[in-house]
Design a protein around this ligand. Structure first.
Ligand code: HEM
Length: 543
């Protein structure tokens, strides 16, 4: 036990300048420990934390960061932990508490019924404060500004207004079928063009007639930024928000990166917004959300120019890649499941016949098509992690303490894959949804949480306001696609090419490009598609 004493003696005999590095090291360790204890809640500071939900033990300082930082494996962990620890479990990243809601009941009781305190978003110094200049609705904390932007998006996307967008979706869907007929090899980008064109027409009043349109490049360059800075684990600062107070050089220069993203994204959105204002001034603006929004004088309700630009651009972000990812995922699952294609075509032939395209009026008579869409949403929720909300007050659930400020995660991988509700959950079986006669939007509000079809449109006050637009796009295109085309695995020189089933790296569940073979069912079907598109095209003044 004489070691410390010997050390002290040695230090004592050293000239003072030689003790400096040791003193510096000790000070840094002391400062880091003080910072950690200041930033990290503990049972010592709050005894109620003894009642936190159960969960996997994490490492000191890091908590469960390492297990949660790879977005490709989080969903597997999320499922395993839900099985092991139950419907509400706890993980930790640095000083942040993560509460995972893994049953329909917990989601209903907390996110839906107590939505006034479960509807914020966690702090994201990079993704929201710096890279989005605090203005992206999707990442915005609950508060007066959020309530204003939410009101705007709901006014634009509620069920009545959304019905008014059907002619836009009908027209774009006719072009999509025509493009698939003439160039089936590029189906992936045709679906993306469709989705971008619908939401850009609704928002800015301009179509995207081709995937090479320069506007698409601009918008997708913004989406690429979002995909990068929103992916958990890529930048430490959004997992450990208190790191924002330390020099950014220690953490990948996150601030400079965020500022560069913000400069780029703001320039894209401001240019679109300023062009729109000019069109309105010159009396040339087409009817669209931005025109009505600008004419309503957004400054009057506290929306500055940049917020207005992000409000419009944010809709395009939220509505384009999500919709096209699902269209492409459905085609992937159809390629892998020829029996499903056969059953869907039997239904379509019986209800629609071969002489005309399916329309929205057919939807109630096409339960199998609706079931295909629900089954895809169940199997591939829109992101790989789960949807993060944040709680703004302390709360309790069945004897478990939920501290204010916790990340509340809608664990859709566990809920949508629960074998008790969905037998053989890894199998694509649309039949399980026969009898679910309502659209997804109606199930979001159903009183019995176990009657909900899936949770892939979120929950509570943050649930997707674009659900009506999204569901109409998925229905009309999948019904028309299956009515018109055969789809199967590609065969080259007698060899069957298995389609890639993986998703692209990043946060969102976007399928990778994959091979499949798409052909017309008959010349009669091809003629209906050609006539439908050429007829609509005649009326388009911009082409
Ligand atoms: C299949 C397509 C889509 C899916 C699966 C989807 C799903 C989601 C989910 C899960 C959320 C977050 C919910 C939560 O935090 O609990 C969300 C938010 C949002 N979605 Fe969608 N969405 C889709 C399409 C659309 C479309 C087409 C639009 C616009 C036309 C849209 C607009 C929005 C907006 C504005 C938000 C932010 C809501 C907020 O934080 O207040 N979405 N969506």
């Amino acid at each position: 036990m004489e070691f410390p004493a010997v050390q002290l003696l040695v230090l004592h005999n050293m000239p003072w300048w030689q003790t400096l590095p040791i003193a510096l090291t000790i000070s840094i360790i002391f400062a880091v420990l003080c910072f950690y204890f200041w930033a990290t809640p503990s049972v010592l500071k709050d005894y109620r934390r003894r009642h936190l939900p159960p969960g996997p033990k994490g490492l000191p300082f890091l908590g469960n960061f390492l297990e949660l930082s790879d977005s490709e494996v989080v969903r597997i962990k999320a499922l395993t932990w839900a099985k092991h620890y139950g419907e509400v479990f706890y993980t930790k990243v640095g000083g942040a508490d993560y509460i995972w809601l893994s049953s329909p009941k917990a989601v209903k009781q907390l996110m839906d019924k107590k939505s006034s305190i479960y509807s914020s978003r966690p702090p994201q110094p990079l993704a929201q404060d710096v890279a989005s200049a605090g203005r992206r609705q999707l990442f915005m904390a609950y508060g007066p500004r959020y309530r204003t932007v939410r009101k705007i998006s709901h006014a634009l996307l509620n069920i009545t207004v959304s019905t008014g967008y059907q002619p836009v979706q009908d027209l774009e869907s006719k072009q999509l079928m025509y493009d698939l007929l003439n160039d089936p090899g590029h189906f992936y980008d045709h679906n993306r063009r469709y989705s971008a064109s619908v939401i850009i027409t609704i928002t800015y009043g301009h179509r995207i007639p081709s995937w090479d349109d320069p506007l698409v490049n601009k918008i997708y360059s913004v989406l690429a930024n979002v995909q990068l800075f929103a992916t958990p684990g890529v930048f430490m600062v959004d997992s450990f928000p208190s790191l924002q107070y330390l020099p950014q050089q220690l953490f990948g220069n996150w601030r400079s990166f965020g500022e560069a993203c913000c400069a780029h994204d703001s320039a894209v959105y401001l240019e679109l917004w300023e062009n729109l204002k000019k069109e309105v001034a010159e009396g040339k603006a087409n009817p669209c959300f931005c025109k009505d929004f600008y004419e309503s004088n957004p400054e009057k309700i506290g929306i500055d120019n940049l917020q207005a630009a992000y409000q419009a651009g944010g809709l395009v972000e939220a509505g384009s890649e999500t919709t096209s990812a699902f269209l492409n995922t459905i085609l992937l699952f159809l390629t892998l499941n020829p029996d499903v294609v056969r059953k869907a075509q039997e239904e379509l032939d019986m209800v629609v016949g071969a002489e005309r395209l399916p329309t929205w009026e057919d939807e109630v008579k096409l339960p199998y098509i609706r079931a295909i869409i629900k089954e895809t949403l169940r199997m591939r929720p829109p992101n790989k992690v789960g949807m993060h909300h944040a709680i703004t007050e302390d709360d309790w659930y069945e004897g478990m303490f939920i501290p204010k400020g916790s990340y509340i995660i809608l664990n859709w991988w566990a809920i949508n894959y629960d074998p008790e509700r969905f037998e053989s959950p890894n199998q694509f079986k649309p039949e399980r949804y026969l009898g679910y006669d309502l659209p997804a939007a109606a199930y979001i509000n159903c009183a019995d949480p176990y009657e909900r079809d899936h949770v892939s449109y979120g929950a509570g006050r943050r649930a997707c306001p674009g659900v009506h637009v999204a569901e109409r796009s998925l229905f009309i295109n999948i019904a028309r696609f299956l009515w018109a085309f055969k789809i199967s695995k590609k065969v080259i020189d007698g060899t069957v090419i298995e389609p890639v089933e993986d998703m692209v790296p990043g946060w969102l569940s976007v399928p990778q490009k994959f091979d499949c073979d798409i052909r017309m069912r008959s010349e009669g079907h091809a003629k209906v598609i050609r006539d439908a598109w050429l007829d609509v095209k005649k009326g388009l003044k911009d082409e």
